[in-house]
Design a protein around this ligand. Sequence first.
Ligand SMILES: *Cc1c(COP(=O)(O)O)cnc(C)c1O
Length: 420
Amino acid sequence: MVSTLTTREACVQADAADALASFRERFSLPQGIIYLDGNSLGALPKAAGERARDVIDREWGTDLIASWNTNDWFDLPVRIGAKLAKLLGGETGACVATDTTSINVFKALGAALEIQRERHPERRVIVSERENFPTDLYMVEGMIEFLDRGYELRLIDDSLTAEQAIGDDTAVVLLTQVNYRSGRQWNVNELTALAHERGALIIWDLCHSAGAVPIALDEARADFAVGCTYKYLNGGPGSPAFIWVAERHVSRARQPLSGWWGHKSPFEMAVSFEPVDGARRFLTGTQPIISLATMEVGLDIALEVDEQALREKSLALTSLFIELVESRIAGDALTLITPREASERGSHVSFVHAEGFSVMKALIARGVIGDYREPGVLRFGVTPLYLGYADIWDAVEALRLVLETEEWKAPEFQVRGAVT
Ligand SMILES: *Cc1c(COP(=O)(O)O)cnc(C)c1O
């Protein structure tokens, strides 16, 4: 995709012609900053404050415990899950909004391994990728140790392709559609087909793709999917994640965290567990109602957006970012690690710089908020709902100044906090 935006004025004009520009008004962002971290914590939808006040003051404060029925608290994770399934092109499957992505990886993996124990009892390999977001790998490690049945984790990396890694010994494949560091994107349809061809089940982690790239879980014939809602879905800090299960697996899928919220009749207080039919069986315990309610506001905005238009703008902005860095920033201090090929990238752009941490700190001090990931990676999340072309121009201009003036060398930009 070749961009014709070579001046700031041209960027301003592109913003004026942008059909998605009006979504910017739906978000509350501080004046004077350019927020390029929506892939880590999405911005605050203006309507979320009012929804939070209502759920706190009226539903909790006034209606109290009756709200489980009268304000539909009991069904909230399932009702929101159905909206997520729609967004993810997985309407035939079962989906609930609940827990964290880490926990949902564990639940999906447990359910998938159990299905495979019936089908292919001898298979003991779980395939993932070395570059995966670490918590996904940690959860697999935890599951392997806990089960103590001789499972092993095999990682796709530079020396082992997916084609080589997924074999007739593979029970389950766990991949993340868009890589958190590089922004590289797997082809969900192709990898799902490959896993199935080899007799494996596949779990897709959609953390960096839900709300950012078009997803079609039903069409891909995915088995399970998980992901978070506080990134591109603007659900708020720690908002509940989701777990999606293909219709063909729902009735036999047993997740390991068999708590009372997944029970057939939770209020019968029966001694033993019997899973309820449908999506609800992927719940475990009492749900965070306030977080669910405020998260739904961001999700509703995402459901209003035409996903092809969103994808086109996302690619136009990420392409522009790459082109401007390469044409306006002298020297070779920055190395692009995001694929140039549009179809291979998600909605963020990453560059490596030897002093990436300090460069990002200096950039943030100039009001351009991206983030830093080891090793040396400057990561810029591009959220088409509240960013425009001129924002990209201004962000690259600030980056140029940080590098040309070497202001990142200042002592205050060398100190690390607990969260980077
Ligand atoms: C952000 C992210 C997570 C986060 O997991 P939590 O349990 O919500 O903290 C997990 N996996 C991937 C791929 C991510 O990008």
